[in-house]
Design a protein around this ligand. Structure first.
Ligand code: ADP
Ligand code: MG
Length: 452
């Protein structure tokens, strides 16, 4: 059976009713992404109701639609009581029928990177299914689990959160055999107040870990012991760590930056492995270590898994290198918090040519926001030019010595032309900020620079 779902199976899982029998190959939440064989899920979002896009899904050749309202449709519909609940039902059914070794990944940063590394690493060992993009919330997790092919040998799900109770609600859909926490850092501080609270919220992942399932913790994090205590309280008996400390079960023994990325050597559960990874940075090594330790714990061949990491390339908005008019742009526009800022600036410090930092606000930092922004000053010692935008970055601007302040604007749109006018061939430009700071505008302006 190659179909992801038949209408019979969906009816049984959701107690819904199909207007005609069908089979689907994949699920889509966006009608524009529907292709032949898709099941279009008409889910109600914050602003839009998926039921308004049924026609577009069928125009794109969707095989069927899942709905909870009467609709005019050009193809089969399966009607349920509520599409969001039905998606969760489908996730539970997908998980129940699966023979896959399931890994759940959470953490303040590095979830998607680690998940993508696991896609390569497990992919070298057997059929692997992973969450798409950063689908890690109340619709992303059920969507990813419900999309699990019945014959996958490995599955990796990213689980995110910005409030207490979120992971607790999501992890039972994934029912992981292995839980991984990549790192704990001040993200979403606005809601949590401090990192102890963030560590506790991430620890909810242990509540849904299958009995006896190992938990993997970041040994170099100051919150590792808190996570360990929390895991034990929640009945986890098998706790392993990854990082540089001598006691780590997955231990980094060598780190070297190369022209293409990094070369690492590690000892994974006592076995030495080498890996070449196509993206630079200590955080990349940390995530690779998390991934390889996970493979080791899952009983996979870590040497094969490590070799597969050579195909890892920096992800869009998370360190992807863009070349425009002889300028090397490091695109970190997807997100930012103090930990990832420090990691990215450390990389910029080693870049060739003039080093230009273009930074936008790190959002959701709570009352500590201005101080956390000002604190970035200590990581800017080797930047040649510094451009800043956003209300919070004003604190960093004020904290910089006058000779280091090269440009400030209230938003990225106004900063973009200043940066585009200043850069020249041979420069390396780091562009980083939270997604909401829209730093992509700066990259577009550099690319669009006339004549270059
Ligand atoms: N282990 C890590 N420690 C600190 N920062 C990291 C780590 N991994 C990634 N980052 C930073 O966080 C950004 C987002 O990475 P990503 O893997 O998308 O994280 P997430 O899915 O958790 O949001 C990256 O661009 C990088 O700057
Ligand atoms: Mg992510």
């Amino acid at each position: 059976m190659s179909a992801l779902w038949t209408s019979d199976e969906i009816e049984r899982a959701t107690l819904g009713k199909a207007s005609a029998p069908f089979e689907v190959k994949n699920l889509v939440l966006d009608s524009r992404k529907a292709t032949a064989g898709s099941l279009y899920l008409a889910v109600k979002g914050e602003n839009k109701d998926g039921h308004d896009f049924i026609a577009s899904a069928f125009e794109n050749k969707a095989a069927a639609a899942l709905v909870h309202k009467p609709v005019d449709a050009a193809g089969p519909v399966l009607t349920v009581a509520h599409t969001q609940r039905a998606l969760e039902d489908l996730a539970r059914a997908a998980r129940a029928r699966s023979i896959a070794k399931v890994v759940a990944v959470t953490g303040s940063a590095g979830k998607t990177t680690t998940k993508e590394m696991l896609k390569l690493a497990f992919g070298a060992l057997g059929k692997t299914h992973v969450s798409g993009a950063s689908f890690n919330n109340h619709w992303g997790v059920p969507f990813s689990v419900a999309s699990l092919p019945r014959d996958a040998a490995f599955a990796v799900f990213e689980i995110g959160m910005n409030h207490f109770g979120e992971i607790r609600g999501l992890v039972p859909l994934a029912k992981p055999h292995i839980a991984v926490i990549t790192t704990i850092a001040p993200a979403h501080l606005e809601f949590f107040g401090n990192c102890d609270a963030i560590a506790d919220a991430k620890s909810e992942i242990f509540e849904g870990l299958l009995l006896g399932g190992p938990a993997l913790l970041p040994v170099d994090s100051p919150y590792c012991e808190r996570l360990r205590t929390r895991a034990k309280q929640l009945g986890v008996t098998n706790i392993l760590t990854f990082g540089s400390a001598a006691c780590a079960d997955g231990r980094l023994t060598h780190y070297e930056e190369t022209a293409e990325g990094v070369r690492i050597r590690a000892e994974i559960l006592g076995k030495a492995v080498d890996a070449v990874i196509g993206a630079p940075g200590k955080h990349i090594a940390a995530n690779a270590l998390a991934a390889l330790t996970t493979v080791g714990v899952a009983g996979g061949d870590v040497v094969t898994a490590a070799a597969a990491l050579k195909d890892f390339a920096a992800l869009k908005g998370r360190g992807e290198r863009i070349h425009a008019h002889g300028v090397e742009i490091i695109d970190e526009s997807y997100n930012a918090n103090p930990a990832s800022m420090a990691a990215a600036l450390a990389l910029l410090a080693k870049a060739p040519g003039r080093k230009i930092a273009v930074l936008g606000d790190m959002l959701e930092m709570g009352p500590e926001g201005p101080a956390l922004h000002a604190g970035i000053a200590s990581h800017l010692a080797s930047a040649d030019l510094v451009f800043l935008c956003g209300a919070l970055m004003r604190s960093l601007y004020d904290a910089l010595p006058a000779d280091r302040r090269h440009g400030y604007a209230v938003n990225s749109k106004e900063l973009a032309p200043l940066v585009a006018a200043a850069v020249k061939a041979g420069d390396t430009v780091l562009v980083k900020g939270s997604n909401g700071s829209r730093m992509g505008a700066v990259i577009e302006a550099i690319k669009a620079r006339a004549g270059g």
